[in-house]
Design a protein. Structure first.
Length: 271
């Protein structure tokens, strides 16, 4: 936080009450929390302490990839919305300039034809999305011109609320059908969409600047059999996708998309 403050950079805080298929994780001192008044009070107290100290936080995401968690736990949606609204109401009154929302996985919504989930969980000031242009086994099955068409769904499903694209990327790893040419094309397409619909956006961020060795991404994945990563093919593809979305390779050589990003930023009216 201190470095960001020195550089006059604002921060989006991901609080992680929901994280993909996981409720939490929470620190040990919280024992086994539930979506109840106690967790609401503890969340408000924790976020209040952060926001009062770090004025550079301008966005807070309470739950991440909530569509994935609540597809498995639909009976908990009403509890979560009550929890979110309680947290939101108390913090928004004290921090009116901070925006709060939930984060959805656009590729998961597209692959599971689960459009209704956003309207059930779009509480707050904005709707955040991540987008990995992959199929159910994390393979880049379509080209960049085809995949960029899905971005319109972010706006349509938000029902008038502004959106944030907090993680978007294209892997150049050949094992998931990636090339440096397609990455550059996809980046250009994403920014073209952003410029066309800028009034609907809060912000846009690319997923990764630097590639990483695939084994480092593989080691961080949830390998439990009940998770989406229980399948070895999905594990390998996901690791290859995540570690290969950087704009600079592991040898620190810039990819063409790195220069494309700089061109896009320089041509932006807000740069």
């Amino acid at each position: 936080m201190g470095l960001n403050r020195e550089q006059q950079l604002n921060v989006t805080l991901y609080f992680s009450v929901i994280n993909n298929r996981v409720f939490g994780p929470f620190p040990d001192w919280m024992d086994k929390p539930q979506l109840d008044q106690k967790l609401e009070n503890e969340t408000v107290a924790t976020l209040d302490a952060i926001l009062s100290r770090y004025y550079i936080v301008d966005y807070v995401i309470i739950g991440g990839n909530v569509d994935i968690y609540f597809r498995d736990h639909p009976d908990e949606i009403s509890k979560y919305t009550d929890f979110f609204n309680g947290v939101y109401g108390k913090l928004k009154e004290k921090y009116p300039n901070v925006k709060f929302g939930n984060w959805f996985s656009l590729n998961d919504i597209v692959n599971h034809y689960d459009n209704d989930i956003v309207s059930k969980l779009n509480q707050g000031d904005f709707v955040a999305y991540s987008y990995a242009p992959v199929d159910l086994v994390y393979y880049q099955n379509n080209g960049p011109d085809e995949e960029v068409k899905n971005l319109q769904k972010m706006i349509d499903l938000a029902k008038g609320k502004k959106i944030a694209l907090i993680e978007v990327g294209w892997s150049t790893d050949k094992s998931v059908n990636g090339t440096i040419e397609d990455q550059m094309k996809f980046m250009k397409n994403v920014f073209d969409f952003y410029k066309k619909n800028q009034s609907q956006f809060e912000f846009l961020t690319w997923y990764r600047q630097y590639d990483r060795p695939v084994d480092t991404c593989y080691g961080s994945l949830n390998k439990e059999s009940g998770s989406m990563f229980g399948n070895e093919i999905v594990l390998n593809n996901t690791a290859s996708y995540l570690c290969g979305t950087g704009l600079i390779d592991v040898d620190k050589n810039p990819k063409p998309a790195w220069d494309e990003l700089k061109r896009q930023i320089e041509s932006s009216p807000n740069s």
